[in-house]
Design a protein around this ligand. Structure first.
Ligand SMILES: [Zn+2]
Length: 273
């Protein structure tokens, strides 16, 4: 089974267009798009126009070609648009919103999670404390949540976050595969300690909870995104964690993606302009 993995496209249409061409050339069985799918510049409240005006046609192409497309929103995709996103995906049998779900293709089980560890940025729609003893980073301002009536400013994000499940809770609550050694976890947030989480300023911000989960349960593969520049900063875009291969291709100016053959476990990173 051949997988084409991409993440953090942030509404860049030329990359989406190229994704379909590359998927056909590679003869991909499955495309995985690991979140932060919508444009993040300008008015975030117009992100639904990207779903109806562009993504719907994009999905229809893959559906017609019989290529599975597993995807979910990321931390810069407003959570209020999850409903319209879900509705759009569900029009196409080959397009799956994988957030907090498991989807089986042949003998392989794909499990998605798109919650992220809190960060200094203000939009908190998808943010969680990593573990109960998580220490927050210094914030760029008050926390914000999207609501149907507009952006809601949070008086005290830290207190509110304490009332939410942690990343540790969320990852442990996910439906478990029948066969962990044939399963692929698609988690927007990268694990810590592997060089897949290094920011431009040098801080390593990966999740301890995700790392511990992967180390304990040992899926075949884990796919991550979120820290666009990490591969250029750390020099690493994949790592071994016991028997699990963890991949974080990053996403900067060129279109960056990874091809994976699940049978042979040959995998390569590609960049195109
Ligand atoms: Zn992103």
């Amino acid at each position: 089974m051949k997988i084409l993995f991409v993440t953090d496209l942030h509404g860049e249409v030329w990359k989406y267009d190229l994704l379909f061409k590359v998927a056909q050339d590679f003869r991909a069985d499955v495309v995985i798009n690991s979140g932060d799918m919508f444009p993040k510049n300008g008015n975030l409240y117009a992100q639904d126009k990207f779903i109806t005006g562009y993504l719907e046609k994009h999905f229809a192409q893959f559906n017609a070609a019989g290529i599975y497309y597993l995807c979910y929103l990321g931390n810069d995709d407003l959570r209020i648009f999850d409903d319209v996103f879900e509705k759009t995906c569900s029009k196409y049998p080959f397009v799956i919103n994988l957030a907090q779900r498991k989807f089986d293709i042949g003998e392989f089980e794909f499990i998605g999670m798109n919650w992220v560890v809190d960060y200094p940025f203000r939009l908190k729609d998808w943010c969680r404390m990593d573990t109960k003893d998580y220490v927050f980073q210094k914030q760029f301002g008050t926390g914000l949540l999207s609501t149907p009536n507009g952006i809601k400013e949070l008086d005290d994000w830290f207190s509110y976050a304490q009332t939410l499940p942690t990343i540790e809770d969320e990852v442990n609550q996910l439906i478990r595969p029948k066969n962990m050694s044939q399963s692929i976890y698609v988690i927007h947030m990268p694990p810590c300690k592997l060089g897949l989480d290094k920011c431009g300023h040098g801080l390593e911000v990966g999740s301890k909870a995700v790392y511990n989960f992967l180390l304990e349960h040992q899926p075949k593969l884990s796919l991550h995104g979120h820290i666009h520049e990490s591969p250029e900063v750390s020099g690493r875009w994949y790592a071994e964690l016991g028997n699990t291969i963890c991949i974080q291709p990053g996403q900067l100016v060129p279109f960056t993606y990874v091809t994976i053959d699940l049978k042979t476990m040959k995998f390569d990173r590609h960049t195109e302009y």
